[in-house]
Ligand binder design. Structure first.
Ligand SMILES: [Mg+2]
Ligand SMILES: [Zn+2]
Length: 218
């Protein structure tokens, strides 16, 4: 299938563009793992992601600088740089959609030398030594996500476009069945199977590039 439709790409950040989950590792480390019960409630869908992030932020007593310094151990997923270049060459838009916090996404991508990527995420506010989240996209979404990936795909895509979503986990579930092509790994595979939605496997972005070159780009 060569696409004669314009293509638009959406990608999760944590555990997809970052080889490991940056948000989880920061919250685990700076809360002394006090967040574990909270995350469990979120996965069990007993609390919303907004509530989950509120509680997780409440456990943090660290500055932006301390948290950003801790990012250096996590790598950009293999092939992501080349994937960004490929999309640029073909003028295909890329939107990074995250139910995490903007400050570590900006810092991580900035440190890795990326510039001008389009990021949709919840916002972090460091006020008097405490961290507070806010949710600019919440009201448009499903009511459960802070930044709902399904809502982002619907809102940002234009009629006639072929939409591609790439993700790895529970926060991506609302995009399942919304995007035309789904790349999944990790827990997202099970969520796609549960909804009987077709999905493409990927180990890293080189797999995504190979699929694009074989199927979507002329
Ligand atoms: Mg993820
Ligand atoms: Zn949602």
């Amino acid at each position: 299938m060569m696409s004669n439709r314009p293509i638009r790409v959406f990608s999760d950040f944590d555990g997809t563009i970052s080889a490991k989950d940056v948000g989880a590792s920061l919250f685990n480390h700076f809360s002394g793992k006090r967040n574990h019960g909270t995350v469990k409630l979120w996965i069990e869908q007993k609390i919303s992601s907004r509530e989950c992030l509120w509680r997780e932020c409440h456990y943090i007593k660290a500055s932006r600088e301390e948290m950003v310094d801790a990012l250096s151990r996590i790598e950009v997923e293999k092939g992501f740089r080349e994937f960004v270049d490929l999309l640029g060459q073909h003028k295909i838009p890329l939107h990074i959609c995250s139910d995490g916090l903007d400050f570590y996404i900006d810092a991580f991508l900035g440190k890795a030398g990326f510039d001008g990527l389009d990021i949709h995420a919840n916002k972090a506010h460091f006020i008097n030594g405490s961290l507070y989240p806010s949710f600019p996209y919440y009201a448009r979404g499903c009511g459960y996500c802070g930044t709902c990936k399904g809502e982002r795909v619907r809102s940002l895509s234009q009629t006639g476009e072929l939409t591609v979503y790439i993700g790895d986990g529970f926060s991506d579930r609302c995009a399942v069945g919304v995007a035309d092509i789904l790349f999944a790994r990790g827990d997202l595979v099970k969520l796609a199977e549960e909804k009987s939605v077709d999905w493409q496997p990927f180990a890293d972005f080189y797999d995504v590039i190979r699929y694009f070159e074989a199927n979507l780009l002329t």
